[in-house]
Structures are given as structure tokens and as C-alpha cells.
Design a protein around this ligand. Structure first.
Ligand SMILES: C=C(O[C@@H]1C=C(C(=O)O)C=C[C@H]1O)C(=O)O
Length: 381
């Protein structure tokens, strides 16, 4: 497939997003490379083993669990797709890629609109119950960590302006991967800090990212030190490191576990440890299968924790917490974990947040932690 290319100059890459209104499309912003990739109009859907060569980029959205029953997630997930049009912005340079005819995309200013909204969910009681199920399972030593989550239904006074929401997500979360996927009238979007796995030639990178403390005004250093020295958070974090290292060791010979530091986002700090290895023989999608879900979104042992989540969470996770990624023609790319995310349809926003429960966890502190995580979406509305 031979894409033609042309350098273009748009004030905002979201003009591309706006131009393809009602078409299936995605946006993916990588903060490490300061790179935007957007694609529109489905060209081809790939199977797991197919060669991606010639397709410039593919966009993949997986599901947290394989199966989906809830109508609102119907048609979403477990797909790798190539698109007819791409816009790539890197180092301030934009290139439009197209197969047949060049399209003139007009500059569109994104007007920020503030949505009035109300919460249509009262779930504190559900959270209490879910927390105690998790806690009991930990006491019985069936699991040592389980990540439980909430789904918050938010009703806005008008159809959600996704362009404005995306512009806000990008502006307010410069250290996050911002993703958005529109299909059949619904958008799944978010601003996540977490790399599940990145592949650049034979270099493989995964993040252990777990353990959270609220960000307090003017107090970053103090909060970071607190987090780094907090045994409960360190324990939660170690479980994630150990699990990723165990997977990596099964398939490669050398594993490098970097130093544990903190990652600071708009509202929270996380404990953060990059893990590196080298691998010549596997594809990025194979690494995604091996690593998802890490105990940063699932738990440990994985099977027991996932069983508990499946059985006791009242909502379906859909694409929340699932791998979302971009690959290039060589099969290199990055998959992030679809957290700090929401599914949007018309006036309704379903926002998601979860947190890891271990032996020492307190239900109220964890509830507040989910509120802080939900702020990523809510503050952009
Ligand atoms: C599950 C989420 O976040 C994950 C859980 C964390 C924790 O429990 O400390 C921290 C980062 C993420 O890996 C979420 O944001 O919904």
C-alpha cells in the first residue's frame, strides 16, 4: 500500500480530527516523543499474525477482558486497524498521508466549552462492598493484591464536545499519552501515564506504575518522599515489578530493572520503575498478550484477582485498563494502559478509575484516590 505524503501546516492537529467528523478515527499523542498520530477511515482490519508492512501505522484497541456483554461497549475492542488517512506531527512538522486524493483540511480553532453536568451515579455503598470483598479475599490469602474500579455516569447539559475535551486533556496532561478513538457515535478517550510495552527494534520497555499519593500545592517534594517511603505503596509497587519481571524472564535473557522514582501528573504522584529487555524474535502484539493485565490494573495472582473483578465489579470494564496502541510498518510502537479514561456517547460520559487494594489498604483513602484519578476526565469537561 503506497501512501502519498504532503507537508501541511495546521495550527492544531485536532483540525484533522474535526474534518473527519462522524468517520471512524483515532488520535494518539506520545509525550515522550512529543508526537501526534491521527488516522481516519478504516482501510483494513488485521488479524494477530498478519504482517503490518506497508500500512504506515496501525491502531489497536484491546479489551480488558476478552468478552463484552454490556451494550454500550458493543463493537469496541480487540482490533488492529489501518486507516486511509494519517496526520503525523513531530518536531513541529506535520505530514498528511493519503492513498488516493489529497484533501484540503481547513484550520479549525478548538473552542473550549465548559460543560455543565451532574453525576448520575451514587456508588459509595457499592465501593464499600467491593472493597470488603477484596479485603476478605486478601485476608484469606487468595490474593495479595487486587485492583478494583468504579464507573461513574455523568450527564452533561448538552452533547459532549469531544474536540474541547481532547484539547483540555492535551493541555492539562503534558506527561500523559492522550488517546481518543471514535467509532459508531461513541468515543473512548483518556490521558494515561502508563506504558504497558514499547518496542523499538529489539528494545523492549515496560513500566511498573503503581502506588499513588495526592499532589498537594507547593508540596511536591514532601509528597514524593512520603510516597517513596510508604511501605504500603512500595509493596503494591513491588508486586507489579515482580510480575512484569517474571513475564520478561520467561522470554528473554537479560532484564534491567531501573531505579524506582516518582512520576508526577496533574493531580497525583505515582511510583514508577521502567523495566527493559532485549528481544529479537517476538512481535509487539505478543508482548501485549504476555503482559496484560499487569497487577497495576488486575492483581496478583492474576487469575484469582481477575476472577474476583469479573464476579464482583458491577460495571463492565470494556476498554478501560485495556491495551491501546500504535505500531509502525516495522512492527515497532507502543501500547499504553487505557486508564484515566472515559466512554462518551451524546450527553453521557462513563468515566473510570480504580486502585490497588492490599492488606493495609483503607476503604476511604482508596475511595478518595479514585476521585483524584477521575479528575483527569472531569476537569477536562
Ligand atoms: C487503575 C488505575 O491506575 C493504576 C493504579 C495505581 C494505584 O493503585 O496506585 C496507579 C497507577 C495505575 O497503574 C486507574 O487510574 O484507574
Amino acid at each position: 500500500m503506497k501512501y502519498k505524503e504532503k507537508k501541511i501546516k495546521l495550527d492544531n492537529p485536532l483540525s484533522f480530527w474535526n474534518y473527519f467528523k462522524n468517520e471512524e478515527r483515532f488520535l494518539f499523542y506520545n509525550p515522550l516523543k512529543k508526537e501526534y498520530i491521527l488516522g481516519a477511515k478504516r482501510l483494513k482490519t488485521f488479524s494477530m499474525k498478519e504482517n503490518l508492512k506497508d500500512y504506515l501505522y496501525t491502531f489497536s484497541s484491546m479489551r480488558f477482558f476478552d468478552s463484552i456483554k454490556d451494550e454500550k461497549w458493543a463493537g469496541f475492542g480487540n482490533e488492529t486497524i489501518a486507516f486511509e488517512y494519517y496526520l503525523v506531527e513531530k518536531d513541529g512538522q506535520q505530514t498528511l498521508y493519503y492513498l488516493k486524493d489529497f484533501i484540503e483540511i481547513e484550520n479549525r480553532e478548538v473552542k473550549i466549552c465548559k460543560h455543565s453536568y451532574k453525576y448520575a451515579t451514587e456508588d459509595e455503598q457499592d465501593w464499600k462492598e467491593l472493597f470488603s470483598v477484596a479485603n476478605n479475599s486478601i485476608s484469606r490469602k487468595e490474593v495479595n493484591k487486587v485492583v478494583i474500579s468504579r464507573e461513574i455516569k455523568i450527564e452533561c447539559d448538552r452533547v459532549v464536545n469531544v474536540d474541547s475535551l481532547l484539547e483540555n486533556l492535551l493541555k492539562k496532561n503534558p506527561n500523559s499519552f492522550v488517546f481518543s478513538y471514535f467509532k459508531e457515535g461513541k468515543t473512548f478517550l483518556g490521558a494515561t501515564p502508563e506504558i504497558l510495552v514499547q518496542k523499538e527494534k529489539d528494545n523492549i520497555l515496560s513500566y511498573a506504575l503503581a502506588g499513588t499519593i495526592e499532589r498537594r500545592e507547593k508540596n511536591d517534594e514532601l509528597q514524593k518522599t512520603r510516597l517513596l517511603n510508604d511501605p504500603k505503596n512500595r509493596y503494591e509497587h513491588e508486586i507489579v515489578i515482580d510480575s512484569i519481571v517474571n513475564v520478561v524472564k520467561k522470554f528473554t535473557e537479560e532484564t534491567i530493572v531501573d531505579e524506582t522514582t516518582t512520576l508526577t501528573l496533574k493531580n497525583v504522584h505515582h511510583l514508577y520503575t521502567p523495566i527493559y529487555t532485549k528481544d529479537k524474535s517476538s512481535t509487539l502484539l505478543e508482548w501485549v498478550r504476555r503482559l496484560h493485565p499487569t497487577p497495576a490494573v488486575g492483581g496478583n495472582p492474576a487469575n484469582k484477582a481477575l476472577e474476583l473483578i469479573k464476579r464482583h465489579e458491577k460495571h463492565e470494564r470494556g476498554l478501560y485498563g485495556a491495551p491501546i496502541g500504535i505500531m509502525d510498518q516495522n512492527g515497532d510502537g507502543v501500547f499504553v494502559v487505557g486508564i484515566r479514561s472515559a466512554l462518551i456517547e451524546q450527553n453521557t460520559v462513563y468515566a473510570y478509575a480504580g486502585c490497588g487494594i492490599v492488606d493495609e489498604s483503607d476503604y476511604e483513602i482508596e475511595y478518595i484516590e479514585t476521585k483524584n484519578k477521575l479528575r483527569t476526565i472531569i476537569e477536562s469537561l
